[in-house]
Design a protein around this ligand. Structure first.
Ligand code: ZN
Length: 95
């Protein structure tokens, strides 16, 4: 990713992130070991991440913005990630 693509009028926008990114990554680290058949290759890990992220309505914030706890309650991250892992296991993007 070229950094200049994430600028508008000289202002860097690459630090405006979808808040679910770090949550999904954190929960992936917990959920993936529950699946002994998961292969931990880059393609499958990226697929799980993309599938899970696509289940969540994006919420973009400037770095350092504090999210209220109630903004998280609608999402059961574990369920979303478990579903994504099951999809990838059934239909991996590689032989
Ligand atoms: Zn794989």
């Amino acid at each position: 990713m070229k950094k200049e693509k994430y600028q508008s009028f000289g202002v860097d926008l690459s630090n405006v992130r979808n808040v679910w990114e770090s949550k999904v990554i954190k929960y992936m680290n917990e959920v993936l070991p529950e699946f002994p058949e998961f292969d931990y290759c880059a393609i499958c890990i990226q697929d799980v991440y993309a599938l899970a992220m696509n289940q969540l309505t994006p919420k973009y914030v400037q770095q350092g913005t504090v999210l209220l706890k109630k903004e998280y309650v609608d999402h059961d991250f574990k369920d979303i990630i478990e579903e994504a892992v099951e999809k990838v296991l059934k239909n991996p993007n590689h032989p």
